[in-house]
Design a protein around this ligand. Structure first.
Ligand code: NDP
Length: 248
């Protein structure tokens, strides 16, 4: 796979899965635009690692949930680089809790970040990608968006929403040679899952046929494939990276 000459925007590229994706795409020759919201240190460290490995990277701070900030940031990215070829909608958060106790603000925050964030970023690249008649958009959904999970109604709704968004846009944009796919990670070792109680981790591991957590690199490999021309005839699809936890 060769991404030389391509510009890739990775939302939430500072840590976890987004960091692994940034390193992977940078390693394949893409110029990586690493977005973050609150951790400039982590974003800069990721960019430094991309550069150290011989790649090109820059960091851009914006909140994906803020449509005006997204529009402004993508305008600047387009001014700086001239084109965006790959968009990875990876930024995401959790605000878990049983539905009975779930506050409206926890619903809104998760939907605004995980689902509307992708809407905002796709809106910003839609026109330029249509003009260049090429593009690859990859939405990071989740096993939870397919299977559901008690205590994660907001997160599951947002991630299932991304599935519908991906499939609809794949149909809408295919004639312009813009591919829209998803990657659905299972249980991956990142900051998001590190704080789970050992008892919860054990229950999850028992549900995974491969009996282990995945790594951010496992997810990044799937993203890189979908971003590349190797996947030129693939759109509207999901790669499940979950050790057999769910077979979609
Ligand atoms: P982490 O918590 O490790 O990292 C989250 C990233 O998202 C950080 O880079 C963070 O930036 C960024 N971010 C959060 N909110 C915003 C926002 N409003 N605007 C811009 N950036 C934001 O998460 P993971 O790496 O584990 O998860 C990445 C994606 O993968 C998420 O969409 C998650 O739902 C999904 N996923 C993860 C799974 C897992 O097991 N870990 C399983 C299935 C899906 P900053 O550093 O500035 O805070």
């Amino acid at each position: 796979m060769d991404l030389t000459g391509k510009v890739a925007v990775v939302t939430g590229g500072s840590r976890g899965i987004g960091k692994a994706v940034s390193l992977r795409l940078g390693g394949l020759g893409a110029t990586v635009v690493i977005n973050y919201v609150s951790r400039p240190d982590a974003a800069q460290e990721t960019a430094d690692q991309v550069v150290k490995a011989g790649g090109k990277a820059a960091v851009y701070q914006f909140n994906v949930a803020d449509s005006a900030a997204v529009e402004h940031a993508f305008k600047k990215i387009l001014e700086d680089y001239g084109h965006i070829d790959i968009l990875v909608n990876n930024a995401g958060i959790t605000r878990d809790g049983l539905f009975m106790k779930m506050k409206e603000e926890d619903w809104d925050l998760v939907l605004d970040t995980n689902l509307k964030g992708a809407f905002n970023c796709i809106k910003a690249v839609n026109r330029p990608m249509m003009k260049q008649r090429a593009g690859s958009i990859i939405n990071i959904t989740s096993v939870i968006g397919f299977a559901g999970n008690a205590g994660q109604a907001n997160y599951a709704a947002a991630k299932a929403g991304l599935v519908g968004l991906t499939r609809s846009l794949a149909k809408e944009l295919a004639s312009r040679n813009i591919r829209v796919n998803g990657v659905a990670p299972g249980y991956i070792d990142t900051d998001m899952t590190r704080d789970l109680a050992d008892s919860v981790k054990e229950i999850i591991l028992n549900e995974i046929p491969m009996k282990s957590m995945g790594s951010a690199d496992d997810v990044a490999a799937a993203v890189a494939f979908l971003a590349s021309d190797e996947a030129r005839y693939i759109t509207g699809q999901f790669i499940h990276v979950n050790g057999g936890m769910f077979m979609g």
